[in-house]
Design a protein around this ligand. Structure first.
Ligand code: CA
Length: 221
Protein backbone atom coordinates (compact mmCIF):
# COMPACT_ATOMS: atom_id res chain seq x y z
CA UNK A 1 0.00 0.00 0.00
CA UNK A 2 1.48 3.32 -1.07
CA UNK A 3 0.79 6.50 0.83
CA UNK A 4 1.69 10.07 -0.10
CA UNK A 5 2.22 12.36 2.88
CA UNK A 6 2.07 16.09 2.13
CA UNK A 7 3.21 17.90 5.26
CA UNK A 8 5.68 20.76 5.68
CA UNK A 9 6.36 20.42 9.41
CA UNK A 10 9.49 18.29 9.34
CA UNK A 11 9.04 16.68 12.74
CA UNK A 12 5.43 15.76 12.19
CA UNK A 13 6.13 14.46 8.69
CA UNK A 14 8.92 12.32 10.08
CA UNK A 15 6.72 10.95 12.84
CA UNK A 16 3.91 10.08 10.44
CA UNK A 17 6.29 8.56 7.93
CA UNK A 18 7.95 6.44 10.56
CA UNK A 19 4.65 5.26 12.03
CA UNK A 20 3.34 4.24 8.63
CA UNK A 21 6.57 2.64 7.49
CA UNK A 22 6.65 0.51 10.64
CA UNK A 23 3.23 -0.83 9.65
CA UNK A 24 4.62 -1.84 6.25
CA UNK A 25 3.15 1.00 4.19
CA UNK A 26 5.37 2.49 1.50
CA UNK A 27 5.56 6.22 2.18
CA UNK A 28 6.55 9.14 -0.01
CA UNK A 29 6.78 12.35 2.00
CA UNK A 30 6.78 15.80 0.37
CA UNK A 31 6.69 19.29 1.86
CA UNK A 32 5.18 21.52 -0.83
CA UNK A 33 2.24 21.69 -3.23
CA UNK A 34 4.65 21.59 -6.15
CA UNK A 35 6.31 18.40 -4.94
CA UNK A 36 2.91 16.85 -4.22
CA UNK A 37 1.75 17.57 -7.79
CA UNK A 38 4.88 15.94 -9.18
CA UNK A 39 4.57 12.91 -6.91
CA UNK A 40 0.96 12.30 -7.88
CA UNK A 41 1.76 12.54 -11.58
CA UNK A 42 4.63 10.12 -11.30
CA UNK A 43 3.13 7.46 -9.10
CA UNK A 44 -0.12 5.79 -8.04
CA UNK A 45 -1.03 6.06 -4.39
CA UNK A 46 -3.62 4.20 -2.37
CA UNK A 47 -4.08 7.13 -0.02
CA UNK A 48 -2.99 10.76 0.34
CA UNK A 49 -2.51 12.43 3.72
CA UNK A 50 -2.76 16.15 3.10
CA UNK A 51 -1.84 19.10 5.30
CA UNK A 52 -3.67 22.34 4.43
CA UNK A 53 -1.17 25.07 5.30
CA UNK A 54 1.72 24.48 2.92
CA UNK A 55 4.58 26.90 2.15
CA UNK A 56 3.64 27.40 -1.50
CA UNK A 57 -0.13 27.19 -1.30
CA UNK A 58 -3.28 25.78 0.25
CA UNK A 59 -3.90 22.06 0.46
CA UNK A 60 -7.58 22.66 -0.33
CA UNK A 61 -6.61 24.15 -3.71
CA UNK A 62 -4.48 21.13 -4.36
CA UNK A 63 -7.39 18.84 -3.51
CA UNK A 64 -9.75 20.82 -5.74
CA UNK A 65 -7.26 20.59 -8.59
CA UNK A 66 -6.84 16.82 -8.18
CA UNK A 67 -10.54 16.07 -8.05
CA UNK A 68 -11.11 18.28 -11.10
CA UNK A 69 -8.54 16.38 -13.09
CA UNK A 70 -9.98 13.04 -12.05
CA UNK A 71 -7.60 11.83 -9.38
CA UNK A 72 -9.89 9.91 -7.05
CA UNK A 73 -7.42 8.59 -4.50
CA UNK A 74 -8.81 8.82 -0.98
CA UNK A 75 -7.61 11.96 0.77
CA UNK A 76 -7.27 12.35 4.52
CA UNK A 77 -6.89 15.98 5.52
CA UNK A 78 -4.57 16.80 8.37
CA UNK A 79 -4.90 20.29 9.65
CA UNK A 80 -4.70 22.71 12.50
CA UNK A 81 -7.81 24.34 11.12
CA UNK A 82 -10.68 22.69 12.87
CA UNK A 83 -13.38 25.24 12.14
CA UNK A 84 -16.56 23.60 10.92
CA UNK A 85 -16.50 25.67 7.73
CA UNK A 86 -13.05 24.41 6.75
CA UNK A 87 -14.11 20.91 7.53
CA UNK A 88 -17.19 21.23 5.33
CA UNK A 89 -15.14 22.82 2.56
CA UNK A 90 -12.64 19.97 2.59
CA UNK A 91 -15.34 17.31 2.56
CA UNK A 92 -17.21 19.15 -0.21
CA UNK A 93 -14.08 19.24 -2.32
CA UNK A 94 -13.88 15.49 -2.06
CA UNK A 95 -11.77 14.78 1.00
CA UNK A 96 -12.67 11.46 2.58
CA UNK A 97 -11.76 12.18 6.15
CA UNK A 98 -10.45 14.99 8.32
CA UNK A 99 -8.17 14.86 11.33
CA UNK A 100 -7.47 17.96 13.42
CA UNK A 101 -4.03 18.64 14.80
CA UNK A 102 -2.89 17.71 17.33
CA UNK A 103 -3.81 14.05 16.87
CA UNK A 104 -2.43 10.79 18.15
CA UNK A 105 -0.49 8.55 15.81
CA UNK A 106 -2.77 5.68 16.79
CA UNK A 107 -5.82 7.61 15.64
CA UNK A 108 -4.16 8.49 12.35
CA UNK A 109 -3.28 4.85 11.77
CA UNK A 110 -6.85 3.79 12.53
CA UNK A 111 -8.20 6.33 10.02
CA UNK A 112 -5.70 5.18 7.41
CA UNK A 113 -6.77 1.56 7.85
CA UNK A 114 -10.40 2.53 7.60
CA UNK A 115 -9.85 4.51 4.38
CA UNK A 116 -7.89 1.73 2.75
CA UNK A 117 -10.54 -0.84 3.70
CA UNK A 118 -13.32 1.33 2.42
CA UNK A 119 -11.78 1.84 -0.98
CA UNK A 120 -10.85 -1.76 -1.55
CA UNK A 121 -14.47 -2.85 -1.79
CA UNK A 122 -16.09 -0.01 -3.71
CA UNK A 123 -17.49 -0.68 -7.23
CA UNK A 124 -19.37 -3.81 -6.27
CA UNK A 125 -22.84 -4.43 -7.69
CA UNK A 126 -24.01 -5.59 -4.29
CA UNK A 127 -23.22 -3.28 -1.41
CA UNK A 128 -23.41 -4.80 2.02
CA UNK A 129 -22.84 -3.07 5.32
CA UNK A 130 -24.38 -2.77 8.76
CA UNK A 131 -26.92 -5.50 8.04
CA UNK A 132 -28.12 -3.64 4.95
CA UNK A 133 -27.75 -5.19 1.51
CA UNK A 134 -28.25 -3.16 -1.63
CA UNK A 135 -28.38 -4.85 -5.01
CA UNK A 136 -27.56 -2.19 -7.58
CA UNK A 137 -28.42 -4.36 -10.57
CA UNK A 138 -31.85 -5.47 -9.40
CA UNK A 139 -32.59 -2.37 -7.34
CA UNK A 140 -33.52 -4.30 -4.26
CA UNK A 141 -32.80 -3.51 -0.65
CA UNK A 142 -32.67 -5.97 2.22
CA UNK A 143 -32.31 -5.24 5.90
CA UNK A 144 -31.26 -8.27 7.91
CA UNK A 145 -32.47 -10.53 5.14
CA UNK A 146 -35.86 -8.89 4.91
CA UNK A 147 -36.72 -7.03 1.72
CA UNK A 148 -37.81 -3.42 2.19
CA UNK A 149 -39.49 -1.16 -0.34
CA UNK A 150 -37.65 2.04 -1.19
CA UNK A 151 -38.59 4.74 -3.67
CA UNK A 152 -36.04 5.52 -6.40
CA UNK A 153 -34.82 8.56 -4.49
CA UNK A 154 -34.53 6.72 -1.21
CA UNK A 155 -32.60 4.00 -2.96
CA UNK A 156 -30.23 6.52 -4.56
CA UNK A 157 -29.79 8.23 -1.22
CA UNK A 158 -28.96 5.00 0.56
CA UNK A 159 -26.61 3.98 -2.25
CA UNK A 160 -24.34 7.00 -1.84
CA UNK A 161 -24.00 6.26 1.88
CA UNK A 162 -23.36 2.56 1.22
CA UNK A 163 -20.61 3.38 -1.30
CA UNK A 164 -18.46 4.75 1.52
CA UNK A 165 -19.90 3.58 4.84
CA UNK A 166 -18.76 5.64 7.79
CA UNK A 167 -17.86 8.67 5.71
CA UNK A 168 -19.54 11.93 6.72
CA UNK A 169 -21.45 13.20 3.69
CA UNK A 170 -22.18 16.91 3.62
CA UNK A 171 -25.59 18.28 2.78
CA UNK A 172 -24.21 19.85 -0.39
CA UNK A 173 -22.56 16.61 -1.51
CA UNK A 174 -25.73 14.59 -0.97
CA UNK A 175 -28.00 17.17 -2.57
CA UNK A 176 -25.85 17.49 -5.66
CA UNK A 177 -25.84 13.73 -6.11
CA UNK A 178 -29.57 13.34 -5.64
CA UNK A 179 -31.17 16.53 -6.89
CA UNK A 180 -28.57 17.91 -9.30
CA UNK A 181 -26.68 21.06 -8.54
CA UNK A 182 -29.28 23.81 -8.36
CA UNK A 183 -31.05 22.44 -5.36
CA UNK A 184 -31.16 24.80 -2.40
CA UNK A 185 -29.61 22.87 0.45
CA UNK A 186 -31.15 25.15 3.05
CA UNK A 187 -34.58 23.74 2.43
CA UNK A 188 -35.58 20.78 4.53
CA UNK A 189 -36.27 18.46 1.60
CA UNK A 190 -33.11 16.50 2.34
CA UNK A 191 -34.09 16.14 5.98
CA UNK A 192 -37.51 14.90 4.97
CA UNK A 193 -36.01 12.22 2.75
CA UNK A 194 -33.42 11.27 5.34
CA UNK A 195 -36.10 10.96 7.95
CA UNK A 196 -38.22 8.65 5.76
CA UNK A 197 -35.25 6.50 4.86
CA UNK A 198 -34.21 6.36 8.48
CA UNK A 199 -37.65 5.20 9.59
CA UNK A 200 -37.79 2.45 6.97
CA UNK A 201 -34.36 1.12 7.86
CA UNK A 202 -34.51 1.51 11.60
CA UNK A 203 -37.91 -0.14 11.95
CA UNK A 204 -36.42 -3.35 10.60
CA UNK A 205 -32.89 -2.98 11.93
CA UNK A 206 -33.97 -1.93 15.41
CA UNK A 207 -31.07 0.48 15.93
CA UNK A 208 -29.90 3.87 14.62
CA UNK A 209 -28.59 3.78 11.05
CA UNK A 210 -27.60 7.39 10.46
CA UNK A 211 -25.94 9.97 12.61
CA UNK A 212 -26.88 13.58 12.04
CA UNK A 213 -23.70 15.67 12.08
CA UNK A 214 -25.02 19.06 13.14
CA UNK A 215 -24.47 21.78 10.56
CA UNK A 216 -22.53 19.40 8.33
CA UNK A 217 -24.54 16.43 7.09
CA UNK A 218 -25.09 12.76 7.77
CA UNK A 219 -23.07 9.64 8.43
CA UNK A 220 -23.99 5.99 7.98
CA UNK A 221 -23.09 4.48 11.33
CA1 CA B 1 1.52 23.11 7.53
Amino acid sequence: MKILVVEDQARLAQLVKQGLTERSYTVTAVRTCAAARDALCEDNFDLIILDLGLPDGDGLDLLREWRKSGFNEPVLILSARDAVQDRIKGLDLGADDYLSKPFSLEELLARVRSQLRRYSDVKETVLESRGIKLDLLHHTAHVQGQQIELTRREFALLEIFMQTPGRILTRTFISEKIWASHFDVDTNLLDVYMSRLRTKLETTLGKPVFKTVRGVGYQLL
